[in-house]
Structure formats: C-alpha cells, structure tokens
Design a protein around this ligand. Structure first.
Ligand code: NAD
Length: 312
C-alpha cells in the first residue's frame, strides 16, 4: 500500500506530536498534513481542524487529497470523566465524521488508536484476549469501544480499510500526556529525574499494561503497512510491552535516584484503573502484523532518564 497524503488528527497531543515527525521521516515531510483543534503554530504544515465539524473535515480531506488518516483526536479517560459530554462528542461524532468523510473521499486507510479503556470490571484481569467481556464503565471506554465497532461496520458495509489497536498507557517525555489514568507513570519519572518526590494518584499495587512511545509509533506504522490478507482482526488489536505497578516503577527509579520516594493518595482515577486489566494477550498483533516491542520497563526508564537529562 502506498500513502501519498496522510492527515493526522489530534496532532498536537502526546502521540501526534511524535507521530508527525516520525511519519515525516518515513514518508517525507510534504506528505503529512498535521491537524488539531489547537494547531501547533511553529509548524507551517499544520491546519486547524475540529473533527466534530463535519463540513470542515470533508473540506480538508478534499482540499489536501487525503488518502490516509491517522485519527488521534480524542478526549482521554480522566478528562472524559470530568466532561463526559465533550468525550462523547469528540470521540463518537469525531470518529463518525472521519469515517463518513473517508468513504466519500475514497481514503485508503483510517487508523485509529483504541485503548485498554474498552475493558471493564467484568473483564478477566490477566493476559486478556481481544475477544472477551468488554463492559466499560467510563465514558472514554464506552466511546472507544463504539469507535472500534464503527470502524468494523464501515469496513463491512462500505469496504473502508479501517484499522486500530488498543494502546495501554503510553510513556513518553516530549509532550505532556492528555489527561489519562496512566499519566502517573510519566509524572513519576519526570519528578524523580528533577530530584523531587512524587505523590501518586493511584494505589501502589495498581498493575497496568504500558508501552514506551517508540514502540507505539512503530506499531502504528506496522499496522498501517500490514498486508490486508493477513488481517483477521481490524480495529481492536491488543498491544502492550510490559505491566507495572506504581511501586515497581518507584523501585526501578530508586536504582537511579536512591533518595526518590513516592507517596500514594488515590483519587477518582483509582476506580478507572481498577476497571482495567493488568496485562494483555497481544498474540494476534504478533501473528497478523509482526508486533514486536523493544522496550521493557528497565529500558523505558533508562531511555526516559537519558532524554530528560539532555532536554534540561
Ligand atoms: N496516550 C495514551 O496513553 C493512550 C493510551 C491508549 C489510547 N490512546 C489513544 O490515542 C489517541 C491519541 O491520544 P493522545 O495521548 O495523543 O491524546 P492527547 O489528549 O494528548 O491528544 C489528543 C489531541 O486531540 C485534540 N483534540 C481534542 N478535541 C479535538 C477536536 N474536536 N478536533 C480535533 N482535535 C481535537 C487535542 O487538542 C489534543 O491535541 C486517542 O485516540 C487515545 O484514545 C492514548
């Protein structure tokens, strides 16, 4: 599959701000159209685009002759609980507009990250397969699950090449995370690297699956380029690199910063974390598109610290 013009929605966010340079490197700068409701003013390629505005989405896809969309615009889990109406609007109307417009504009691929948020308290906790009980209890999870189904529907009904993968918590240092429940991991590493202690908003034993950003970018590209004939799944691939509790992360950080200490004062985000699994079965992604993460917890923390030191 060749990608001539790639639009990235939500490009100013945690993933988008790294995916845009990554895709620019792989496909060439001129092929990437980054867009966001709050555009990055330092990149002249950026266009202002609100994905809830159908006319603007249609106009942008037509004007820039878009044939590929990485649809990242969304409201994340913790922010979604603060403003469920906005989460519904952006995550559902936004997804619908992108899919509808993609069909009309004969787009070749729409790739949308989903999330471990699609799971709920009735889901088994460990090594969770793709097909399982998924009864999310957050607005974020409900919208992400519906978005997966919408993608599958548009594939079955209109032949649209919709693809997606369920990211775990993503750890990165370039752009602040956008209000998710796993943000504690990034905050803890950053505070430790500054020589400060950290008050964690989750319990010390809350185990959640995670992934380092370079592996997340690599998996988005691999799924985008996967042979269609190999795919048995489309929009709901589980991916994860390692699972960790806040206490285990604190212990790993103490190897570099022996005086570092975390305290634990769970807030409303604890109940979101409690509804999510501790580990995922990513075997379908391995079999169908060669998912292969490179960073475990140790390598993630080590690389984060190196980059946080050099970006001071
Ligand atoms: N970061 C993670 O840990 C994680 C984990 C699982 C899944 N995901 C998924 O990955 C995708 C991107 O996540 P992220 O972490 O980059 O999120 P983020 O919150 O950092 O970025 C989302 C971007 O969307 C933009 N946006 C919000 N409303 C918009 C609208 N109406 N129109 C256009 N843009 C709008 C925001 O301005 C922001 O720049 C989301 O679909 C999210 O559900 C992320």
């Amino acid at each position: 599959m060749t990608f001539e013009k790639i639009m990235v929605t939500g490009a100013s966010g945690q993933i988008g701000s790294e995916l845009v340079p990554f895709l620019s490197e792989v496909f060439g700068k001129e092929r990437i159209i980054p867009s966001d409701v709050r555009p990055n003013s330092t990149d002249p390629r950026f266009i202002a685009l609100d994905v809830t505005d159908r006319t603007s989405v249609d106009r942008a896809m037509d004007k820039y002759k878009i044939d590929t969309v990485f649809h990242l615009a969304a409201i994340l889990s913790a922010n979604g609980e603060k403003n469920p109406e906005l989460a519904y609007k952006v995550n559902i109307s936004g997804m619908y507009n992108i899919l509808e417009s993609a069909v009309r504009n004969k787009v070749k691929l729409v790739l949308t990250p989903s999330s471990i948020g699609v799971f709920g308290p009735d889901t088994p906790k460990e090594n969770v397969p793709i097909e399982t009980i998924a009864r999310p209890v957050t607005m974020y999870g409900i919208t992400k699950l519906l978005a997966e189904h919408l993608g599958n529907y548009y594939h079955a009904r209109f032949g649209l090449n919709a693809r997606g993968l369920r990211f775990p918590g993503l750890i990165s240092y370039k752009t602040a995370p956008g209000g998710g429940t796993t943000d504690y991991s990034i905050e803890m590493i950053i505070e430790a690297a500054k020589g400060k202690n950290y008050k964690c908003f989750l319990r010390e034993n809350s185990k959640l699956p995670m992934m380092y950003m370079p592996d997340a970018l690599d998996s988005l590209l691999k799924l985008a380029e996967a042979e269609d004939s190999r795919l048995k799944h489309r929009t709901d691939f589980n991916v994860a690199s390692f699972s960790v509790t806040p206490k285990e992360l604190e212990t790993e950080l103490k190897k570099y910063f022996p005086r570092f200490q975390a305290t634990y004062e769970p807030d409303f985000r604890q109940s979101i974390a409690d509804s999510w699994p501790g580990s995922l079965d990513a075997s379908a992604a391995v079999t169908e598109w060669d998912f292969h993460p490179n960073y475990n917890l140790r390598a993630t923390v080590e690389d984060m610290i190196i980059h946080l030191k050099t970006s001071k």
